[in-house]
Design a protein around this ligand. Structure first.
Ligand SMILES: [Zn+2]
Length: 219
């Protein structure tokens, strides 16, 4: 005779316990890894644990530290990094009056609306006036400005503002191509659509420079 299938209850490992009045007493699943300061992160870890319980996630070995993994993710994604000091050089001997482009800088960020990652590439162009920015500093600046919850539209503006603050060029272009993982909340399945945003400042808005920059950022 065929064995009777085990009933699916909250007692089973891996079963959902949402609303099960007979679910075993919850273990405290907030052991604090030593590298975190308790007073700063305990409430956040406990809140995530509560979220897991509300979702009906079982208390088991694989979820014991999930609350803390989420704390680590939040810390990694949203703690503001210190800003790199920008290096600028005088634009002379000889003077550069053409567009300088740094293309396809990989970056990741998180959208302010969902706190979920978005990632892609950023291209920065500028036409110098009195200063030239150290080449290695542009990717650093871009990635540091991305390391916080933001909107893609605002990130491009912020990059342009910082470049203007440091070098005051004649024109600036910032182009972002990114995929937002929050799109998966609404779409049935991947691939995630690509979002592009472009910010043009100063002479970069004028027809010849604009055309040159936009040609460069064509996919
Ligand atoms: Zn979003």
């Amino acid at each position: 005779m065929k064995k009777h299938a085990r009933p699916i209850t909250g007692q089973m490992r891996g079963a959902r316990i949402l609303g099960n009045p007979h679910a075993k007493k919850q273990r405290d699943r907030t052991p604090i890894p030593p590298r975190y300061k308790k007073e700063d992160y305990l409430p956040m870890g406990q809140a995530f644990d509560q979220l897991l319980r509300t979702l009906g996630m079982p208390d088991e070995v694989h979820t014991d530290l999930t609350g803390w993994r989420l704390v680590r993710y939040i810390k990694h994604l949203y703690e503001l990094p210190g800003m790199t000091r920008m290096t600028v050089f005088p634009n002379e001997d000889p003077k550069v009056d053409q567009m300088i482009l740094v293309s396809n800088i990989d970056f990741w960020s998180a959208c302010s609306h969902h706190l979920l990652p978005f990632y892609g590439t950023i291209t920065v162009g500028y036409i110098p006036l009195k200063s030239i920015i150290g080449l290695s500093k542009i990717p650093l600046l871009v990635r540091e400005l991305a390391r916080r919850p933001t909107l893609q539209e605002h990130l491009a503006e912020r990059i342009a503002e910082h470049l203007n603050m440091y070098a005051k060029p004649k024109g600036i272009g910032v182009h972002i191509r990114a995929q937002h993982t929050c799109q998966l909340l609404d779409l049935a399945q991947p691939p995630i659509p690509v979002m592009t945003t472009t910010v043009l400042k100063g002479v970069m808005r004028n027809a010849p420079a604009r055309a040159e920059f936009l040609k460069e950022v064509q996919p």
